[in-house]
Design a protein around this ligand. Structure first.
Ligand code: DX5
Ligand code: ZN
Length: 217
């Protein structure tokens, strides 16, 4: 059970100390948005490069961008430990996942709430993780979509059928109230933005979420 706090909910004027505040987490989730694939703009390659130099934990980059085939391997090269692209935006997901892995990072693909997983099941041997979005990508602080738990179960049984160690990540509205059902459905990597950075002590929120996930997993 791994926790990946989303720095989207942190203080962008103090990213280094915000990363240090969640040094007990497994990953730091970095939301890259390009104002095309999603209607919001955050940060890009130069900032990720700088964060990778100072972060106490590996970066888990979630690319909500058009043309990931062109840009995603650069995030691996910049030092991200894991790079997730959206299947809806990728032209050649197999080559893309291989390019990310060849830069030394874990490769993952994400599916939006309205995207079926089944057409992408054959990609499982090419990736290290599948991200099931539990909100419409673009903004932090949205309500958790419990109807996506059916998809998490579907991915979990596909992973069991294919064999191999593919992690299942959930992202969006994950909190102490919702993490239990995610773990029960088969998720094992949990992104949380507001639930971590909105807490009095971010590190305590990380521990609490991990404990709840363990209890329900
Ligand atoms: C949404 C992002 C999420 C977001 C999660 O598009 O992908 O990572 O930061 O934020 P919370 O946990 O506040 O829903
Ligand atoms: Zn994200």
């Amino acid at each position: 059970m791994q926790i990946s706090p989303s720095i989207l909910a942190s203080d962008f004027a103090n990213l280094q100390s915000e990363l240090e505040a969640v040094g007990n987490a497994d990953w730091a989730h970095v939301d890259v948005m390009d104002a095309h694939f999603v209607p919001n703009l955050t940060l890009g390659l130069p900032v990720v490069e700088a964060l990778a130099r100072v972060s106490p934990i590996p970066l888990d980059c979630h690319l909500m961008i058009d043309d990931p085939d062109r840009w995603a391997p650069g995030y691996a090269e910049a030092g991200a430990g894991s790079v997730t692209f959206h299947v809806e935006a990728a032209r050649d997901p197999v080559s893309l996942a291989r390019a990310i892995r060849s830069e030394g990072a874990r490769a993952a693909f994400a599916v939006k709430p309205g995207t079926d997983f089944a057409p992408y099941e054959d990609l499982l041997p090419e990736v290290d993780m599948v991200l099931v979005m539990t909100v419409e990508p673009g903004f932090g602080g949205q309500s958790f979509m419990a109807d996506q738990m059916a998809k998490v179960r579907q991915v979990r049984s596909a992973v069991a059928r294919h064999g191999g160690d593919v992690w299942i990540q959930v992202d969006g509205g994950v909190s102490a109230d919702t993490i239990g059902q995610c773990a029960e459905a088969g998720a094992d990597v949990f992104v949380a933005g507001s639930a971590v950075y909105g807490a009095d002590r971010a590190a305590d929120a990380v521990e609490e979420l991990r404990e709840l996930a363990r209890r329900h997993g």
